[in-house]
Ligand binder design. Structure first.
Ligand SMILES: CC(C)(COP(=O)(O)OP(=O)(O)OC[C@H]1O[C@@H](n2cnc3c(N)ncnc32)[C@H](O)[C@@H]1OP(=O)(O)O)[C@@H](O)C(=O)NCCC(=O)NCCS
Length: 199
């Protein structure tokens, strides 16, 4: 399908760029670090970022930062990436969560936190890279997610990366003062291999 730009970075030059792990166009993924938590808290507290989400419903705290650090460093049920734009600007995070290794199943989540880069394709490219990572490196069978049905950019980014709609959870998300339906989406390993992996 032609989108397969994700490049598992094995080239020595990768080390010169803040430990980039995957790169697609001007979007890169690297491991999320404890020093990124300050930015994460700023994103979490920014209504422009979280208006379509349930995250951010209460102010971020040290405890939230601590649980994020635990998740990133010590919990094998999550693989969290930092998203960078261009030459190393931290713009968000994404990754696999709630990983159930015996069932090879994981939930995809993403939060770009710098509104000035919304709509530039970073969400689509980051999602595609994590999907590629999920199937080619982490050997998942299914990657799933839930999204506010009114979050048009998110739904499109996920569809761009091969997620298909499974169903609707009615009034499942409370965001910005209203209940919204949630769309449940997933991509299966076979679908990824059939439609996307060949490039
Ligand atoms: C939602 C999010 C991941 C999308 O990433 P992005 O980089 O802004 O989106 P992209 O540039 O990849 O655009 C994806 C598609 O949505 C469209 N789009 C982007 N912004 C849009 C908007 N405000 N309204 C409608 N469509 C929009 C793009 O044109 C593109 O469509 P196309 O594939 O038909 O060309 C990102 O904006 C984000 O993290 N926002 C804040 C947190 C959030 O909502 N996370 C998702 C929680 S489930």
């Amino acid at each position: 399908m032609g989108w397969h730009e994700g490049d598992l970075m094995t080239h020595p030059k990768a080390a010169n760029h803040s430990q980039i792990y995957m790169k697609s166009g001007d979007t890169s993924l690297r491991a999320f670090r404890p020093t990124d938590i300050g930015a994460f808290r700023r994103w979490w507290d920014n209504f422009e970022v979280t208006q379509n989400m349930e995250s951010g419903w209460r102010p971020s705290t040290e405890a939230i930062a601590g649980s994020m650090t635990d998740l990133v460093e010590a919990d094998d049920r999550a693989i969290v990436f930092a998203v960078e734009a261009g030459a190393g600007r931290l713009i968000g995070s994404c990754g696999l969560y709630e990983i159930f290794w015996p069932g090879r199943r994981a939930e995809f989540r993403i939060m770009l936190g710098e509104p000035d880069v919304f709509g530039e394709g970073h969400g689509t490219r980051a999602t595609r890279m994590v999907v590629e990572y999920a199937f080619k490196r982490a050997n998942m069978e299914v990657v799933h997610l839930g999204v506010n049905a009114d979050n048009v950019a998110a739904v499109k980014a996920y569809e761009n990366a091969g997620f298909v709609r499974e169903g609707v959870r009615r009034r499942f998300v409370f965001a910005a003062g209203e209940y919204h339906d949630a769309i449940v989406m997933s991509i299966l390993r076979d679908e990824y291999l059939e439609h996307f992996a060949a490039g």
